[in-house]
Design a protein around this ligand. Structure first.
Ligand SMILES: [Zn+2]
Length: 338
């Protein structure tokens, strides 16, 4: 069994435009969470709208959980297995379905042949539902799972209604919902809100409802998946598949590997991974070099070889610690030999 706590991570999508602070017309729009998951546990915010008009990118807290020109909020699922299990996308407010697209395959953009990529870039948002709201604003729900859209054009919906399910369609490199608020052609950051006047401070009037605001506390870093396996993970996507984790180590395994994938890696983080065996014996401690730059996501692993006398029976525990000046965060996992 592995334990999975707070988490988050990284990647790409979407289009371009200037993000503006909301206007007076947005006063009446109150948004609930557009996704049915537990933030910090079963989903994470990987990217916010880019609030920096220059070529650089800053989210509304001046953090780096965004990229240049990003217009929405990316709610990321930890693994493809979570996506397959089904995470509903929900209407953030009452509205009417102004437009939709379905039928685009769920596939990592990097897996498309180069001849097809221009077409996928054209339909960058993949399977999408657009809702029009009474006050003139629109909300966009993108990268939905193929054939999961549950609403029809011009259908009226209530806040909380299911519109479809989180997917991997269009220009995307990880399973997520891209959620975007628009007024005409202008993008609105629902976090900074209509009264935003000072850069990098939370507005007192974001568009989110009080309940949603509580759920949406900013988490600069979090663990997506942490676990054990008999084999070394080939790459990030091997971990993101959701199929790597093992709860029992086969006795003939030659190696035991502990790993963790997390989002929001920051320059100068000090990362340590340990494996502790039965009887609390420290079997391995590994500290990679200090992290040299900010990165949307990162993974580490550490392993031990089978002892000549075989694996002692019992529980093996792994722990990853990320230390930085502002905070220390920890995630853990367990595997057993019987
Ligand atoms: Zn996005």
């Amino acid at each position: 069994m592995t334990s999975r706590f707070r988490k988050r991570l990284a990647a790409i999508t979407c289009l371009m435009l200037t993000v503006i602070s909301a206007h007076a017309f947005a006063d009446d729009l109150e948004l609930d969470l557009p996704i049915g998951c537990q933030l910090g546990d079963t989903c994470f915010i990987q990217h916010y709208p880019d609030m920096d008009p220059s070529k650089k990118a800053k989210d509304h807290t001046c953090g780096f959980l965004t990229y240049d020109g990003h217009k929405g909020t990316d709610f990321r699922l930890p693994t493809l297995a979570d996506m397959e299990a089904g995470v509903p996308v929900l209407a953030a407010a009452d509205g009417v379905v102004a437009n939709l697209r379905d039928g685009v395959t769920d596939q990592y953009f990097e897996d498309y042949p180069s001849a097809v990529r221009p077409r996928i870039k054209e339909i960058g948002l993949g399977n999408t539902v657009i809702l029009a709201h009474e006050n003139g604003l629109k909300t966009i729900y993108a990268h939905l799972k193929k054939n999961s859209v549950t609403v029809a054009k011009l259908q009226k919906v209530k806040r909380g209604d299911i519109l479809g399910y989180v997917g991997l369609s269009g220009l995307t490199e990880f399973p997520h919902l891209h959620f975007q608020v628009m007024s005409g052609k202008a993008v609105i950051d629902p976090f900074s809100g209509p009264q935003k006047t000072t850069p990098c401070t939370h507005s007192e009037t974001p568009l989110w409802s009080e309940v949603a605001q509580h759920e949406l506390a900013y988490q600069p870093t979090g663990f997506l998946v942490t676990g054990f396996s008999a084999k070394i993970p080939k790459n990030r996507r091997a971990l993101e598949s959701g199929n790597m984790q093992q709860s029992l180590l086969p006795p003939n395994s030659q190696t035991l590997i502990f790993w963790s994938l997390y989002y929001g890696s920051q320059k100068d983080d000090v990362v340590t991974l340990t494996i502790v065996g039965p009887d609390n014996k420290l079997l391995k401690e590994y500290s990679p070099k200090r992290v040299s730059k900010n990165q949307i996501s990162k993974y580490f692993f550490v392993g031990i070889k089978k002892p000549k006398t075989g694996w002692p029976k019992g529980d093996y525990r792994g722990q990853i610690t990320i230390k930085r000046s502002s905070a220390t965060i920890i995630d853990e996992a367990k595997i057993s030999v019987r």
